[in-house]
Ligand binder design. Sequence first.
Ligand code: ADP
Ligand code: MG
Length: 311
Amino acid sequence: MLSIKNLTKIYGSQAAVDNLSFEAKKGEILGFLGPNGAGKSTTMKIATCYMAASSGNVEVCGIDVAQNPKAVRKKIGYLPEHNPLYLDMYVKEYLAFMGKFYDSEILKGGTKLKKRIDKVIELVKLERESHKQLSQLSKGYRQRVGLAQALLHNPEVLILDEPTTGLDPNQIVEIRQVIKSISAEKTIIFSTHIMQEVQALCDRVVIINKGKKVLDTSIAKLNDKLKTELNQNEYVVNLETERQIPEEDWKQIGGVVKVEINQIEPTKVKLFTQHDLRKEIFLYSASQNWILLEMQQQTQSLENVFHQLTK
Ligand code: ADP
Ligand code: MG
């Protein structure tokens, strides 16, 4: 697991990370979200011992990164932002080269290293491309090489800095599947600025803005909240009827606070209500012989949440 407590990083006069605290537990995939410049990479560099904090602390599996970086490195795998690779190397050559930097029993000796390289190639589904030079690989496959490198020493915690940025939509789905498939028994923290990514993949989400935490919740809780509430006590139901129904008629349904008829397609209407009124809307419409073609309670989009918290 990973635990961050009151972490602050000052660059000159700017607090890039500002008294940040959160935790990621074993088996959890944590989405670490924030706009560009929010402090995600800085936090990750500190957690992976690439940089010292100004104050506060980070523990990886109970070990403090500042006090015992050597022990922390054994526990942690890191895919940096922009995934720096030596493009003139071949896949296995690169992994063997990187394997020598890890102080790990499972990589010591030629046969062990070879076996582990084959294993990580299998884990990230890189078999078909594993004979190629890195320069010949697509960006999606280069990310898999980066992931394979991060997994070499079978770390308990994986830190992935924007692993899907710059990939095409198919590659994004594939990388997400790979991350999901390796996530059991590991703690994974990955950063992104795409809200849907977090919903698709994570158990928890932490959003930061200007170095400060603005949201820390489980995805299940977040989804519930999104489903039920737009703003406090405001529900919006989108309806389409076969023929146009006047505003006054909609207001006959008790609980309808406001009616918005679509100017261009007047058979489409938004009803604003204070609680979930779908059943009443259905029954009343039926009693009046209004034919409902569509009824959907609007949910708050994750983009909206992100936007509201980080604007
Ligand atoms: P993110 O990864 O969320 O985009 P970063 O952690 O890279 O954010 O950056 C956070 C803030 O710190 C930004 O304003 C960035 O310009 C600044 N910053 C990052 N690295 C340095 C550095 N080495 N020196 C000075 N400022 C930096
Ligand atoms: Mg970054």
